[in-house]
Design a protein. Structure first.
Length: 478
């Protein structure tokens, strides 16, 4: 039995839920429908509206229903709930005025923010296949990517989607699709072709639990390896992974700009917990969004598309310098070749272009600690809450965060290399981001969770404290 809880000022009495629920259920059960009307929440809710005239609110509703017995039972439940609320002595005082920010806000989901950001950066062509939890991006585009020289369309598979945006990117359009883990698997060959042929496009991966069908409506961060290296051979895709709904907007715009700048595929990684989250954010100023355009060839015919070891202007079909985008390794003129010298040149050229994506930023707090907490993606929110709680407990800990996973900001990476231990909370079994960090010389260790649910800050506080305590007292080196 739950204990009674008293507060003298307003004489609040919280009775055991059963002592309230059971009598109401007995009086309001509709035997014919075998359905108990919903009553328990009225104990508290109706305290705030007990002065309402229940009869007036329900007047005229009977004619709109087919089952008079159910209607009568629900009206009775409303009245009984109101009586219980009156008898309890519970009252709701005056609510304080909300603290209004000094800027305009909008309510938006993560997927809608990505969509809005990409369109702000000039997205012209969107093709997608419905898959949870990415489908709402397709729906948003169908409703909003309209007008002259804009195109949004639903296709019959992820393979069709990647090939469609390959064609659009080759034709000079800013193109994007969105999918989830299963779609990334099906798009792997198309992404390899985009990397090899140097065709700008964006793929959004809204992560869910995997592998296979996995957990279509749950959140996970287990696609990092698949997104960074989606194709066979030497491939390392540019990766952006926003950590908040607001960041989703800017990541959407930046992904389009990155694809244009380095002339290749970009993957924007988000996850279920961000995609469907509705949140108020500062209204983005669309006029301040930087819009980039790819370098295009403006000369005469006879141009070598893949000349040199760095970026070169991209010819657009029907214009001078037109070329065939070859998926086989090729020479500067796009002719297929197996010569070792050409394979070396083109491989180095493709990786050298990543150096153009050097505008990444990062956050840092208390940089002097030997131990750093480094979340990624949607884990940012609970990790930051845990970090702030640990600071209140005088735990010596640094905070670092970036949404630029490849390439990472150089200063960010150098700072992590100086730490004795980097703790990475992430929603996967394998500790994928800490594995990536270890390959570049960072002493990283993961806190993993693979329940399909986001981290809870209190759980992170406990687990981080355990690791920090172990490191400090035993001198553990990772």
């Amino acid at each position: 039995m739950q204990k009674k809880k008293m507060r003298k000022k307003n004489a609040i009495v919280h009775k055991s839920p059963n002592t309230v629920r059971e009598p109401l259920q007995k009086e309001t059960v509709v035997c014919k429908s075998k359905n108990k009307t919903f009553i328990s929440t009225f104990r508290l809710i109706l305290a705030a509206v007990k002065e309402y005239d229940i009869a007036k609110k329900t007047e005229g509703k009977k004619e709109q229903a087919n089952d008079q017995e159910i209607i009568e039972a629900n009206i009775k439940a409303v009245r009984l709930g109101s009586e219980i609320a009156n008898d309890s002595g519970f009252s709701v005082g005056e609510l304080a005025e909300p603290i209004k920010p000094d800027y305009e806000q909008i309510m938006i989901t993560g997927n809608a923010a990505i969509s809005l950001g990409s369109v702000a950066a000039g997205l012209e062509y969107y093709v997608g296949y419905p898959i949870s939890p990415a489908t709402t991006i397709l729906i948003w585009m169908e409703n909003n990517l309209i007008g002259k020289n804009k195109f949004a369309y639903q296709v019959s598979s992820e393979i069709e989607a990647i090939n469609a945006i390959l064609g659009a990117g080759y034709a000079g359009k800013k193109a994007m699709t969105a999918t989830a883990g299963p779609g990334i698997a099906l798009m792997s060959e198309g992404l390899g072709l985009a990397w090899m042929a140097e065709i700008p496009l964006v793929v959004v991966d809204v992560q869910r639990g995997g592998p296979a069908t996995g957990l279509p409506t749950k959140s996970e961060q287990s696609d990092l390896f698949a997104c960074m290296h989606p194709a066979h051979g030497d491939v390392k895709m540019p990766i952006l992974a926003p950590g908040s709904v607001e960041e989703c907007f800017y990541a959407g715009a930046l992904a389009v700009n990155w694809a244009e700048r380095y002339q290749g595929p970009v993957i924007l990684m988000t996850e279920m917990s961000l995609a469907e989250r509705v949140q108020n954010i500062q209204k983005p100023d669309l006029t301040q969004v930087h819009v980039e355009q790819r370098q295009t060839y403006q000369g005469n015919n006879g141009y070598n598309r893949y000349s040199g070891y760095e970026l070169s202007p991209m010819p657009i079909p029907v214009n001078p310098g037109s070329y065939v985008a070859n998926g086989s390794d090729h020479d500067e003129m796009v002719d297929t070749t197996h010569l070792p010298s050409r394979h070396i040149q083109m491989t180095e050229r493709r990786f050298n272009k990543l150096g153009l994506l050097d505008d990444g930023t990062f956050e840092s707090i208390d940089e002097g600690s030997r131990i750093a907490l480094v979340p990624w993606g949607g884990t940012k929110g609970p990790a930051l809450a845990a970090f702030n709680e640990l600071r209140n407990r005088d735990v010596d800990l640094s905070w670092y965060y970036t949404m630029y996973l490849n390439p990472m900001p150089a200063e960010f990476l150098e700072a992590l290399k100086e730490k004795d231990l980097v703790i990475v909370p992430e929603l996967n079994y394998m500790g994928q981001f800490s594995s990536v960090l270890r390959t570049v010389g960072v002493r990283a260790r993961s806190i993993t969770q693979y329940t399909g649910l986001p981290f809870k800050a209190r759980d992170l506080v406990r687990r981080i404290q355990e690791i920090v305590g172990e490191f400090v007292t035993e001198g553990v080196s990772i």
